[in-house]
Design a protein around this ligand. Structure first.
Ligand code: SF4
Length: 85
């Protein structure tokens, strides 16, 4: 059973799948205003620009983090690439 959670932002939606995460910690390094394990929710999709968040999510090695840009439909990210996972 997949453990997916969706975090809604103004310009970007961020999806996290805890069963896919390999706990590399990359997400929490670099964008502390967006990914902060000490906060609930731990993902704040309005903590930086959608561009910066999208670029950071692209570095997630497992595909546990994906996103959908709401400010530009053409720039939809890895969410589609990992749709079959
Ligand atoms: S970067 Fe991806 S794999 Fe690493 S801890 Fe974050 S969600 Fe998990």
């Amino acid at each position: 059973m997949s453990k997916q959670k969706l975090y809604y932002g103004k310009d970007i939606e961020v999806m996290f799948d805890s069963e896919v995460c390999i706990h590399s910690g990359i997400c929490v390094k670099g964008l502390p205003a967006v990914f902060d394990l000490s906060k609930r929710p731990w993902v704040n999709p309005d903590g930086d620009t959608s561009e910066a968040i999208a670029q950071h999510i692209d570095t997630c090695p497992s595909g546990a983090l994906t996103y959908k840009r709401l400010d530009d439909d053409i720039q939809q990210g890895k969410r589609d690439e990992h749709a079959s996972c």
